[in-house]
Design a protein around this ligand. Structure first.
Ligand SMILES: [Zn+2]
Length: 87
């Protein structure tokens, strides 16, 4: 069995988030959770990596339109094929 790390849950979202660009206080009720497929770049040294899905919490500033990433987490495939030395 390949070693599998348990995924870390998202941090609790604060009700308000200050835009780093214009300082506007945004309600995190408009938070969007987007899924991104991870495509690792494999090299000769790191030649195996399981497929993974990343989830990001994004929020768009209501004042200036600046996108902010509040948190993210990476979810590995349930069957990562990284058994390099199977029994
Ligand atoms: Zn802003």
């Amino acid at each position: 069995m390949a070693l599998r790390k348990s995924s870390v849950p998202m941090a609790a979202v604060q009700p308000m988030h200050v835009c780093p660009k214009c300082g506007h206080h945004n309600s995190t009720a408009n938070l969007k959770t987007l899924q991104v497929e991870m495509r690792p770049v494999l090299t000769r040294e790191v030649f195996a990596f399981p497929d993974a899905l990343a989830e990001v919490n994004c929020l768009k500033c209501q004042e200036c339109g600046h996108w902010m990433c509040l948190d993210y987490r990476i979810e590995l495939d349930d069957n990562p094929e990284i058994d390099l030395n199977p029994e």
